[in-house]
Structures are given as C-alpha cells and as structure tokens.
Design a binder for this molecule. Structure first.
Ligand code: KIV
Ligand code: NA
Length: 275
C-alpha cells in the first residue's frame, strides 16, 4: 500500500481534493482510522480523551511517546503526526529539536505545535533539522489560561489580522500545513485561499483544504457536552455500553460462556478427574 506523504498533501491541496485527519492514541484506534483517513494525529488531546485531564497542559513528552509508540507499531499508511505537548517546544531550540527528533525516531513523519509569531524561531530550528512541522493557530488549547477558556478566536479585527499574519509567518518559516481551530469560517477561508500550504480546519468552517476531528468525537465516544463544531457519526458510548451490558447480563444468567466458548477434555478423559 502506498503511504501518504507531505508532497501528496500539497498536490491534493492544489487539486482541491479535501484532506481528512483524525486522532489515534493506541493501536486499536490507529487500526480503525488508518484505512479511512489521510493523516493520523497522535494529539495531546490524549490528555482529555484518554487520561482524564480537563486540559492538555498536564500532558508530557513521556505520555506522548508512550502513545505514539503504540500507534507507530501498527505501521499506518496514513501520514503520522505527533503533537508537541505544552513546554516541549518552548525552552530552547536544542530541547525542541531533541523532543521532535525523538518523535521521528519513534516513527512519526512530522510534528505539530501550537502558536504563531512567538513560535517561528522553533519552527525554523526544526525545519533546519529536516523535521516537518504542522502549525496550529486559533483556539489553541494549550493557551486556555490566556484565552480565559475554550473560546472562539479571531472574532475582532485585530485578532483576525494577527491570525492571518501568524499563518503567513508560519508558512514562511517552513510549516508544511496548518491546523486552524475555533475561528470564524470567513477568516479560515481567507487564510486557506491566501496560503499556498494546506489548511486543516476544526471548528473553522468548510473553507479549509481539509478537516480534522478527534476520533472519539466522530464516534460519539466522548462523554458530556458536545462542542458546536462536532458531528458524531455514531453513539459509540451507548453502543459499547449496550454490548457490555448484554455480556454482563449473560454472565449473571449463566448463559455465558456457552458450549461454543468452552474447552473440553479429550474424549474418554472425563473419568481421570472424577474423584
Ligand atoms: O490534540 C488534538 O487532537 C489536536 C487536533 C484537534 C487538531 O490538536
Ligand atoms: Na493538540
């Protein structure tokens, strides 16, 4: 099977073939996603989705490496991107390169990091080391404290113009694509048409070169209130609970395991264990 590559994404952007990206955090979610989507992201959303944190800030490189390794072992055909967690790309170029390079050594094809103008130096440092970088602008969850919550960004003139400027600076610094998250559809469309690199939207309207959603959101596996930008294509949480509860009921009734699910002694050996 042919693997998805960064040049392929650029080609699809030019041809208007929309790009699909979702998250995977372990081998099973990677195997579910890989035959379907173009890009698999081992997102730091693993903190919220799998690890029970209420933001992505507690997620560490050690956690990301653990989940990336599980996904990489499945050898996906999709482009595999690893998300740089909070404080892993802020302290120095050396530490940023070491962290991102560690992702590539574990099988990632590229890394993603949040932020605009203030991250340009780190992006350049990575690109100089042949580490492909996907940018991420708008409602960047690692900025939750500064934003005062998970709020749509770029809604006033200053913020909108700053986002467009950040997008062009990241492109200039060598990002091969950008995630645009939680911004008005008109602003995302303007960024998408003015940039040469692909834009992948989430809560950013239909005007981007592609879309990303967290796998657990697409499958309806996430509990609690659903953000406006999510469309769940299954009620996975309820579906899985129903299946589990039928099994538990069968156990309680004594109808599981049945004859087909049990092992038997060879013919004639029953007597050996009878007293
Ligand atoms: O961590 C994540 O899942 C992400 C995507 C939603 C873009 O950053
Ligand atoms: Na993320």
């Amino acid at each position: 099977i042919e693997r998805v590559t960064i040049p392929a994404l650029q080609k699809w952007r030019r041809e208007g073939r929309r790009i699909t990206m979702t998250t995977a955090y372990d081998a099973i979610t990677a195997r579910i996603a890989d035959p379907i989507v173009d890009i698999i992201l081992v997102g730091d959303s693993v903190g919220n989705v799998c690890l029970g944190f209420d933001s992505t800030l507690p997620v560490t490189m050690a956690m990301m490496n653990h989940h990336l390794e599980a996904v990489a072992r499945t050898e996906p055909r999709a482009l595999l991107i690893a998300d740089m967690p909070f404080l892993s790309f802020h302290l120095s170029a050396e530490e940023t390169i070491r962290n991102a390079g560690g992702f590539l050594r574990r099988g990632a094809d590229a890394v993603k990091l949040e932020g605009g103008a203030s991250r340009v130096d780190m992006v350049r440092a990575l690109v100089r080391c042949e580490i492909p970088v996907m940018g991420h602008l708008g409602l960047t969850p690692q900025s939750v404290n500064l934003m005062g919550g998970f709020k749509v960004q770029g809604r006033n003139a200053d913020d909108a113009l700053r986002l467009l400027d950040d997008a062009h600076r990241l492109q200039e610094a060598g990002c091969f694509a950008l995630v645009l998250e939680g911004i008005p559809a008109e602003l995302a469309a303007r960024a998408a048409e003015s940039l040469a690199i692909p834009t992948i939207g989430i809560g950013a309207g239909p005007g981007c070169s592609g879309q990303v959603l967290v796998l657990h959101d697409v499958l309806g596996l996430a509990e609690g209130r659903r953000p406006k930008f999510v469309r769940a294509y299954a009620d996975g949480f309820q579906l899985m609970q129903e299946a589990l509860s039928r099994w538990a009921a069968d156990v309680r009734l004594g109808t599981f395991p049945g004859p087909q699910e049990a092992y038997r002694l060879p013919e004639g050996l029953g007597g050996v264990i009878a007293n």
